[in-house]
Design a protein around this ligand. Structure first.
Ligand code: 16G
Ligand code: ZN
Length: 533
C-alpha cells in the first residue's frame, strides 16, 4: 500500500547500525546520541501507532538523556494522561528498534498492528519536544521523518523540560472536558503554577531569594520564564544557566551531581551564603535537590526523601485541619534507596509503601491512595490527588474559617503540583510553600530526621541479568546463595541495611548500604560489592 511504500522509503534513510542492540528501559531508549538516528525514526512511527491504537488521542515524545552526560541522548514515549508508556508497549518498542533491515521493520510493524488490533485508518496525533543537547536537533529531524511516515498530525513543542511535555500531553487530551488540566501551552503551564503559588503564599512574609542550579540545561529556560510569572512572590537567582556552552550540561553541577557526590557544585562555592537555601535541577528538570551551608560552611543535603517528609507531613496536617481526615487517606511511596531514617519518620505518621525503582512503579502505587506522595531519594517525585478526592475537595462544605482556609490550600496544591510526573520546578514551588507556611529555614527542615550514613557503589559484572530481585528489589533471588551471604554480613553492622540490584539504565549492578556510623556504611557497601564481584 501507499503507507508501506512511504514508511519503506523513509526508513531506508535511517538504517539501523548493524552491531547495536537497543532497549526501551526504565527511562526509554538512552545511549550515545550519535547512535540513535534509526531509533528516533522508529519511535516516530511507534508513537503514531500508539495514538491510532488509542483512537487518535495525543501521544508525547520527549528527546532527552536527563542527568546523563551531554553526548548521551534518549527518547521516551508519553501516554495520553501524561504518564509513562504502558509497559507492554515498551517491549514492542524494543522489538521494533532492533529489526535489522527496513524489510524486517515492516514485517515487525505488521505483526504489531495485527497482534494489538490497531485500526490503521484512525488518526494519529503526537506532540514532541527536546532538551538542549546538541544532538537533539538531528534526532528530532529523524523523529519527524517517522511521524511523517505514519501520517501523524505532529505538534512541535520545541526545546522544553520533560515535565512540561508531560503537562502538554495531558492538557491536550483533556481540553474542553471536566477534567481539563489547563491551557495546552507553555503559557498555560506557567500561569497555572504561578497562580497557585501566589494564592498559597499570599499574606505571608516575603520569601528569601532562592539560588537555583539549572545544570546548564533546559531548566534554565523554564526557570527564567517562571521568574517572570512569579513576579515579586519569589525571587529566583539562576546559576549554571549556560545552555550553549559545549560540555557544560550536567558537568559538575545539577541534581544528580549533588546526590551522588553529596557535595555542593563547585561553581556555587562563592555564590551561596551560609544559611541560604539553594536547589539543583537535572538536565531535563524533572529531579530536584535542595541544600544549604550551615554557619560553619558545612554542606547539608535535602534530598527526595527529605522533600517527601516535608510535603507529606504538611498535606496530612492540611487534611486534618480541613476536617477530612476520615475521608481522605494520605500515603507515601518510596523505593529501597529511601534513607532508613526517612522511612522511620514517615511510617510513624502515615502508610508507607516500598516499590521497585523507576517512576512508573512509584506512580502506579501512589494512585492507590486518595492522596499519594511519591519521591525517589534522587529527587524525582510528585503528589497525586485521585479524581474522587479532587471532586470531594471541590464540593466539601467547611464548617469553620480554619477548615475553609485549609481546604483552599489543598485545592491550590492540586493546581501547583504537576501530577503527571516529577517536575523540579513545580516541586520547588511546593517546597517553598511548605517552608513559608511552617516558617522553616533549611536547618529546621533538615532536622525533621537525621539521615543514616550511606554509600552507593556500582559494580561492573559479566552479566547483570544474572541478578534477580524480589520484595521491591530489597532481596536477591539469584545468583543462588548470594542473599544469605549478604544477610550474614549485614548482621554484623549496627543499623546495617544493604541491597543489590541490577541497574535499569547502565550495564552495572548497584550496591547500597547504610549503617549508624559513616565508616561502617562505607565498609559494608564495599564488602557487599566484594561478594557481587
Ligand atoms: C531513571 C528513572 C528513575 C530511576 C533511575 C534508576 C524515570 C523517568 N527515571 O532515571 O526513576 O531512579 O532510572 O536508574 O523513570 P538505575 O536503574 O540505573 O539505578
Ligand atoms: Zn531527569
Amino acid at each position: 500500500s501507499q503507507l508501506v511504500e512511504t514508511i519503506k522509503s523513509l526508513s531506508d534513510v535511517h538504517p539501523k547500525p548493524p552491531h547495536l542492540r537497543f532497549q526501551y528501559g526504565t527511562a526509554g531508549f538512552r545511549t550515545l546520541g550519535s547512535t540513535l538516528d534509526s531509533v528516533l525514526f522508529r519511535v516516530g512511527v511507534i508513537a503514531g501507532l500508539r495514538s491510532k491504537k488509542l483512537d487518535g488521542r495525543t501521544i508525547g515524545v520527549m528527546v532527552t538523556a536527563s542527568h546523563n552526560p551531554e553526548q548521551d541522548n534518549g527518547v521516551k514515549i508519553v501516554d495520553p494522561r501524561g504518564e509513562m508508556l504502558e509497559s507492554s508497549w515498551e517491549a514492542h518498542a524494543t522489538a521494533l528498534s532492533n529489526a535489522p533491515t527496513t524489510d524486517d521493520f515492516i514485517i515487525a510493524l505488521d505483526a504489531l498492528i495485527q497482534n494489538t488490533k490497531i485500526d490503521i485508518s484512525k488518526p494519529a496525533r503526537v506532540v514532541y519536544a527536546r532538551d538542549t543537547r546538541p544532538s537533539g536537533v538531528e534526532l528530532v529531524a529523524a523523529l519527524e521523518d517517522g511521524l511523517t511516515a505514519i501520517g501523524a498530525e505532529a505538534r512541535n513543542a520545541g526545546v522544553t523540560t520533560t515535565p512540561i511535555l508531560h503537562y502538554l500531553v495531558r492538557a491536550i487530551n483533556t481540553k474542553g472536558t471536566p477534567e481539563s488540566y489547563g491551557d495546552d501551552s507553555e503559557d498555560g503551564y506557567f500561569q497555572k503554577l504561578s497562580d497557585a503559588f501566589k494564592n498559597l503564599v499570599s499574606g505571608r512574609p516575603p520569601i528569601e531569594p532562592l539560588l537555583i542550579d539549572c545544570a546548564n540545561g533546559v531548566g534554565a529556560l523554564a526557570a527564567s520564564t517562571l521568574t517572570e510569572y512569579l513576579g515579586t512572590s519569589l525571587h529566583l537567582i539562576l546559576e549554571n544557566a549556560s545552555i550553549s556552552t559545549p560540555g557544560a550540561l550536567n558537568y559538575a553541577c545539577g541534581a544528580d551531581y549533588v546526590k551522588t557526590t553529596q557535595r555542593l557544585p563547585p561553581s556555587l562555592a562563592d555564590r551561596l551564603k551560609p544559611g541560604q537555601r539553594a536547589c539543583s535541577l537535572d538536565g531535563d528538570a524533572d529531579r530536584l535537590m535542595y541544600y544549604y551551608l550551615d554557619e560553619r560552611g558545612v554542606f547539608h543535603m535535602l534530598d527526595g526523601d527529605k522533600i517527601a517528609a516535608l510535603v507529606a507531613a504538611f498535606i496530612v496536617d492540611l487534611v486534618k485541619s480541613a476536617g477530612l481526615e476520615h475521608e481522605v487517606k494520605v500515603g507515601v511511596v518510596q523505593t529501597a534507596y529511601a534513607n532508613g531514617a526517612s522511612t522511620k519518620y514517615l511510617a510513624g505518621r502515615l502508610p508507607v509503601k516500598c516499590v521497585a525503582t523507576g517512576v512508573k512503579h512509584l506512580h502506579h502505587a501512589a494512585e492507590h491512595y486518595n492522596i499519594g506522595v511519591y519521591f525517589e531519594a534522587n529527587g524525582h517525585g510528585t503528589v497525586l490527588f485521585s479524581q474522587p478526592t479532587q471532586a470531594k475537595l471541590a464540593r466539601h462544605q467547611p464548617s469553620t474559617p480554619a477548615q475553609s482556609t485549609a481546604l483552599k490550600h489543598l485545592v491550590n496544591l492540586t493546581q501547583l503540583i504537576n501530577q503527571t510526573v516529577g517536575d523540579a520546578l513545580s516541586d520547588m514551588l511546593l517546597v517553598e510553600v511548605v517552608l513559608a507556611h511552617k516558617s522553616y529555614t533549611g536547618v529546621e527542615w533538615d532536622s525533621l530526621y537525621v539521615d543514616l550514613p550511606n554509600r552507593l557503589v556500582k559494580v561492573v559484572v559479566a552479566d547483570r541479568n544474572a541478578f534477580r530481585t524480589e520484595n521491591a528489589e530489597r532481596r536477591l533471588v539469584s545468583p543462588p546463595g548470594l542473599q544469605s551471604r549478604i544477610d550474614e554480613l549485614v548482621r554484623r553492622y549496627d543499623g546495617g541495611r544493604s541491597f543489590v540490584r541490577p541497574s535499569g539504565t547502565e550495564d552495572v549492578v548497584r550496591v547500597y548500604a547504610e549503617a549508624v556510623v559513616k565508616s561502617q556504611a562505607e565498609e559494608l557497601a564495599l564488602r557487599v560489592a566484594g561478594l557481587v564481584y
